[in-house]
Write a protein that binds this ligand. Structure first.
Ligand SMILES: [Zn+2]
Length: 102
């Protein structure tokens, strides 16, 4: 039997007792399609992207690959899901939830 644990609070989840939430993240650097007949000024930029892509294909720069494309999967318990979905991109808390003025 497969055991799941919450990736956020590390609690072991009992699939018969509670819901498990799966979060899948796919993150990639959005690059505009390359166009061959662009103006001269864009040449360097296009060459740069081309070089990055070539290095990715060579597979010799994993840190660079992480910057461009990442795929993650997380299991969350119901409580952590509720916390996560309130702020999925890790925004800073709004000011009124911060320090009290009293
Ligand atoms: Zn949890």
């Amino acid at each position: 039997m497969i055991h799941y644990s919450c990736d956020r609070c590390k609690r072991v989840l009992d699939p018969e007792q509670e819901l498990r939430y799966v979060v899948k993240l796919e993150i990639y650097a959005a690059m505009e399609p390359l166009e061959c007949d662009e103006q001269e000024a864009d040449r360097d930029h296009l060459t740069e992207i081309q070089e990055i892509l070539e290095r990715l294909e060579d597979g010799d720069d994993e840190a660079m690959a992480d910057d461009i494309y990442q795929k993650r999967r997380y299991d969350l318990c119901a409580e952590c899901y509720r916390q996560y979905i309130k702020n999925p991109i890790g925004r800073e808390a709004p000011a009124h939830l911060g320090f009290s003025q009293n």
